[in-house]
Design a protein around this ligand. Sequence first.
Ligand code: CTP
Ligand code: MG
Length: 398
Amino acid sequence: MIIGTVIVAAGRGERAGSPEEGPKQYRPIGGEPVIRRTLREVLNWPRRGPVVAVIHPDDESLFASACAGLSGASDLHITHGGSTRQQSVLSGLRRLRDSEATHVLIHDAARPFLDHALLDRVAGAWEAGLAAVIPALPVTDTLKRATPAAMIEDTVPRNGLWAAQTPQGFVLADILSAHEAAFRSGRSDFTDDASIAEWAGMPVHLVEGSADNVKLTLKRDIAMADEKLSRQPLIPDVRTGNGYDVHQLVPGDGVTLCGVFLAHDQALRGHSDADVALHALTDALLATCGAGDIGDHFPPSDPQWKGAPSRIFLAHAAKIVRQNGGIITNADVSIIAEAPKIGPHRQAMRQNLSDILEISIDRCSIKATTNETIGFVGRREGIAAIATATVVYGAITP
Ligand code: CTP
Ligand code: MG
């Protein structure tokens, strides 16, 4: 089972008023756009497969800035929606048809409070053998039918009534053919996908919804969501990464460490300039956003890196960190070498880190130690470096 997700976000949010504030899915709640929260929850769900975001053609730049730096956002497939929700879903399903997805969750961008337990409940129903399933909650209010003049006509028994939520889960091929059939017969007024499945004669089951998983529809809903999130304490998203590297010493005339050439009776062997200190720090930075290691970005087998100055590796890692929304707050490198002496060059090395990382020099630390003549470092067979990077990626709610 490969679970695709379609997130519909092409609506204009007319009931949320204030056209000058823009579509509701891009308005901020708790300091970030509604859709960013929705996408983050889906993108971080371990069982998710391909994800399609269906957006309005006018919202390209709003969408790009709402997703900036969001982990996993680069895997998103983006397509344009239509003038009704039904058309937008169909456009998303058609996009997903060409992927490896076998099942699909269809979710409203305007429901940013979905959680992984809810996603697991829908997927769990598939595993239990059900094909079409939606989360829903029993209606608790007493229901009245009234005239346009607000005169009650009757009370509708709420027994057996449920309020439907999303994500709604289907076998991809089944819901796509139901949608195509509805489209061919000129229907465009279905407000959820279960009703299209029902219309097509598919049995649809209920699983327990989530009381938090409200759809933001009115201006007041957005204000309440913002207020709820603002009450939650924020934790700074401080991440540390470590890196380690060793290069072998061979006869030569000097070594490059932290971009500074130190005259010596040996040289470091390596494909690039073999700057162990910058290599360790590059790995430490990549580690703060799960971006692999230096070898993934600069394969030693690639001839273009032969003799390359390692500052380009470090600058590249810093760029990846920034693209992921990170702010580098500290870079610390320990160089483990019997010789040459690092102390006299420490300031120049720190200055290099400061220049490459574009951070102040007080955030750049270089330390050095010998290995007390023991081990491969002690025997002057190689130089090692250990680095730690600290990066702040905004703030998260607990
Ligand atoms: N939606 C969509 N394309 C449309 C209409 C709606 O993708 N043509 C999406 C919305 O962006 C929303 C979800 O469907 O995430 C649920 O729709 P709704 O709450 O009705 O949002 P809007 O249509 O934007 O709001 P309104 O009906 O108040 O205009
Ligand atoms: Mg609507």
